[in-house]
Design a protein around this ligand. Structure first.
Ligand code: NAD
Length: 476
């Protein structure tokens, strides 16, 4: 089921002189060899993207939309094959991989609709004058997508670029290349002109440092850690190239005293362990009113400890391994630091099993502010549950990190909800649900969590420039 791994440049698949293994994180076995792009491959991708842009930017929006919808339909039809590849390279449970394929297709379907709605505006003007505002595709996009959602992360960026009439060079994650390869296949089969979408892999820093300074590149779109995002933004700023940055989160969950304790705790534990916690919106810092703290923590710990961990191909497995071997020591170090500083490790706390990059579902309570994990996003299956005495204290703690991506709250009190809408510093606030976004909602962060929005009617705006046209019917 796992595809033959290749680059996709100028509408053709290519192997290269050098390649590196792709490893199944549940078994640690090699499942494919991924070709790495040379500078010549990148130059070819740039040439292709420039000629692709000339064709695609002049293709009628309705025709662009039709091709995107055709590709999305193929992805839906190929759901099982794509999901199997995702589970093999990423480790997530097959059912979650199947849902990811559908979510990826939905991103394309939403943006296919948005392609038809990039309206301009007419500005009232003096007689004999017409002033109008027009949207144009920004140009060639250099995009970089991470490994936590091998299909839906690339989908967001490709969808925005193609819907707006841009061409794109995507460097998808080397750990999880198959999702993006399946997307490229679907677009090839759907009749996308060659060069509009190019897919490369290689050494991330070499590729970004080569592509970003190129004159042809007019937008840098990245999802990943804040540190890398900052580096790419600095590179782009030297060339006045705009950026779209979806970066780290460290999502707070404010649990008020009036909530249904069991339901809130169980849904919190289940959502924390989804994708092994490797989600930028993953609920992580739980601030629970002191009056319900013990009951909440007990119910949460019980459900977390019951999580079925294993190879994602096994039915009933709820949580797979971490996506790569770097993450296991990184998480272990955060837990040990918290324990040393006085936190209680209520369940888990270390690697799971003796093969694969598994980590135990972990719950820490009473974690002191000095612990590194209070400021550093764990990006793994670790929950922090701390008591608070008031909503003011919870909000102050929620806002006490440099991140502001997703935030959650459990309460039915209207005054609490109003206060949180005004005061919690995040791009996405969800109340009584741990869902953070849909294709039709704008998604993105404040503070160090990034810049710009993906999805919603705002998403496509990143991929467009604005031209104001003043037309006087006589020379004035
Ligand atoms: P990392 O920052 O090294 O890599 C994250 C992603 O960025 C990877 O896909 C990688 O290929 C890419 N990348 C890294 N350096 C790059 C460069 N110079 N140019 C272009 N792309 C580059 O971190 P990691 O060890 O792979 O993952 C751990 C951290 O990454 C986590 O702590 C988490 O905050 C962040 N992350 C965030 C998301 C997200 O959805 N926001 C996804 C994956 C990882």
């Amino acid at each position: 089921m796992y595809p033959d791994l290749k680059l996709f440049v100028a509408g053709e698949w290519r192997k290269t002189a050098s390649d590196l293994p792709v490893v199944n994180p549940a078994t640690e076995k090699e499942i494919g060899r991924l070709p790495h792009a040379s500078k010549n491959d990148l130059d070819d991708a740039l040439d292709a993207a420039e000629s692709g842009l000339r064709i695609w930017s002049r293709t009628a929006p309705r025709d662009r939309s039709d091709i995107i919808l055709r590709a999305a339909k193929l992805m839906r039809e190929r759901q099982e094959e794509i999901a199997q590849s995702i589970t093999a390279e990423h480790g997530k449970p097959l059912q979650q991989a199947r849902m990811e394929v559908i979510r990826g297709a939905e991103f394309f379907e939403w943006d296919a609709g948005e392609a038809l709605r990039t309206y301009g505006r007419v500005i009232p003007a003096a007689p004999g004058n017409k002033i109008t505002v027009h949207h144009h595709p920004v140009g060639v996009v250099a995009a970089f997508s991470p490994w936590n959602f091998p299909m839906s992360q690339p989908a967001r960026k490709i969808a925005g670029a193609l819907a707006s009439g841009c061409s794109i060079i995507l460097k998808a994650a080397e750990e999880t290349p198959a999702g993006a390869i399946h997307i490229a296949r679907a677009f090839q089969d759907a009749g996308l002109p060659p060069g509009v979408f190019n897919l490369v892999f290689g050494t991330p820093s070499e590729i970004s440092e080569y592509l970003i300074p190129q004159d042809a590149v007019r937008l840098v779109a990245f999802t990943g850690s804040t540190n890398v995002g900052r580096h790419l933004t600095t590179l782009a700023s030297e060339h006045m190239t705009p950026v779209l940055m979806e970066l780290g989160g460290h999502a707070p969950v404010i649990v008020c005293e009036d909530t249904n304790v069991d339901r809130a705790a169980i849904s919190g534990a289940e959502r924390k362990m989804r994708n092994a916690g490797q989600v930028c919106t993953s609920p992580t810092r739980f601030f629970v009113h002191e009056s319900i703290f013990e009951d909440y923590a007990n119910a949460f710990v019980k459900r977390a400890a019951e999580t079925v961990v294993g190879d994602g191909t096994i039915v009933n497995v709820e949580m797979g391994p971490l996506a790569n071997d770097r993450r296991v020591p990184a998480l272990l170090q955060l837990v040990e630091d918290a324990r040393d500083k006085g936190a209680d490790v209520r369940t888990g706390g270390g690697p799971h099993g003796n093969r694969g990059y598994f980590f135990q579902p972990t719950v820490l309570t009473n974690v002191p502010n000095e612990a590194k994990i209070m400021q550093e996003e764990p990006f793994g299956p670790i929950a922090i549950i701390n008591p608070v005495t008031s909503l003011d204290e919870a909000i102050q703690k929620a806002n006490s990190v440099p991140f502001g991506l997703a935030g959650y709250a459990f309460t039915n009190r209207a005054d609490y909800i109003d206060q949180m809408i005004d005061e919690v510093e995040v791009g996405n606030l969800s109340i009584n649900t741990l869902e953070a976004s849909l294709p039709e909602t704008p998604f993105g962060g404040v503070k160090s969590s990034g810049y710009g929005r993906e999805g919603g009617s705002e998403g496509i705006e990143n991929y467009m420039t604005i031209k104001n046209v003043w037309h006087s019917s006589e020379i004035i």
